[in-house]
Structure formats: structure tokens, C-alpha cells
Design a protein around this ligand. Structure first.
Ligand SMILES: Cc1cc2nc3c(=O)[nH]c(=O)nc-3n(C[C@H](O)[C@H](O)[C@H](O)COP(=O)(O)OP(=O)(O)OC[C@H]3O[C@@H](n4cnc5c(N)ncnc54)[C@H](O)[C@@H]3O)c2cc1C
Length: 112
């Protein structure tokens, strides 16, 4: 039986694919707004958030699917995890994006 026939393996990878596609769509929206000379701040922040979370989810799912081998250096996944985990922090952290969306999209008071 191919390993991908097991839903325990396939579903996390399918979820990651959906998250990557959603991040791609909002990234394209941000680029379209910017190119059109419109305010792209909200979409760009949402794109950065979605892309970082999608990347982390995708790599983490791949590590999980590989079990212990996911942490072995020859598979390259553990190295990738360090790289994608950093983009939840830099260049703008997840929390500062949430602050932006709370303040500018939802109209909540500035919190800092
Ligand atoms: C790999 C890597 C490359 C980098 N490259 C560059 C670069 O090229 N140029 C550059 O200028 N910087 C770079 N940085 C720095 C990066 O921009 C900062 O790490 C990032 O902005 C977070 O700031 P900080 O590390 O000072 O964390 P802090 O600001 O101390 O934040 C610590 C934690 O508190 C949270 N936090 C902070 N303020 C708030 C708030 N008001 N509300 C809620 N939560 C908050 C943060 O989200 C974070 O989780 C890089 C960082 C990394 C990890």
C-alpha cells in the first residue's frame, strides 16, 4: 500500500497544501493592490502571516510524516524547519501583524 493511501499521512499534507494555496491567494491580492497603487497594508500583513504559518505547517507535517527520519540531517527537513520557523519572527513578528490587523482591520485600540 503506498504510504500516501493512509489518511493519517495524507490529511496533514492536504491541509498544508490548502494553507499554502490560501497564502498564495492573499499574497497575489496584496501584489495586485500594490501594483494598482491602492492600500496594500492589510493584505500584505495578512499575506506575511498566512505564508509564514503555511510554511511552518507544511514543513512540520512533512517532519511528522517521516517520523524520526524527519529529524535526520540527510532528509533536510529539520534544517528547513529552522528556516521556516524564523519567518514567524522576522522581519515582522506574528504578534506585530496581529497588532496591525486588530488596529487597522478591526478598528480596535492600539495596544502598545
Ligand atoms: C533570521 C533572522 C534574520 C533577521 N534579519 C534581519 C535583518 O536583515 N534586518 C533587520 O533589521 N532585522 C533582522 N532581524 C531581526 C527581526 O526583525 C527581529 O527579530 C523581529 O522584528 C523581532 O524583534 P526582536 O527579536 O527584537 O523581538 P522582540 O521585539 O523583543 O519580541 C519578542 C517577542 O515579543 C513579541 N512582541 C514584541 N512586541 C510586541 C507587542 N507590541 N505586542 C505583542 N507582542 C509583541 C514579539 O512578537 C516576539 O514574539 C532578523 C531576525 C532573525 C531571527
Amino acid at each position: 500500500v503506498p504510504i500516501g493511501a493512509h489518511q493519517g499521512v495524507a490529511h496533514p499534507l492536504a491541509k498544508a497544501a490548502i494553507s499554502v494555496e490560501l497564502a498564495r491567494l492573499v499574497s497575489q491580492k496584496a501584489a495586485w493592490l500594490y501594483d494598482a497603487g491602492l492600500d496594500a497594508g492589510e493584505a500584505a500583513n495578512m499575506a506575511k502571516y498566512a505564508a509564514a504559518e503555511a510554511a511552518i505547517e507544511a514543513v512540520d507535517s512533512a517532519i511528522q510524516a517521516h517520523g524520526g527520519n524527519g529529524m535526520a540531517t540527510e532528509y533536510g527537513l529539520a534544517t528547513l524547519w529552522g528556516a521556516v520557523r524564523a519567518i514567524r519572527i522576522a522581519p515582522i513578528s506574528r504578534e506585530m501583524i496581529l497588532n496591525f490587523v486588530a488596529q487597522h482591520s478591526l478598528g480596535l485600540p492600539k495596544s502598545y
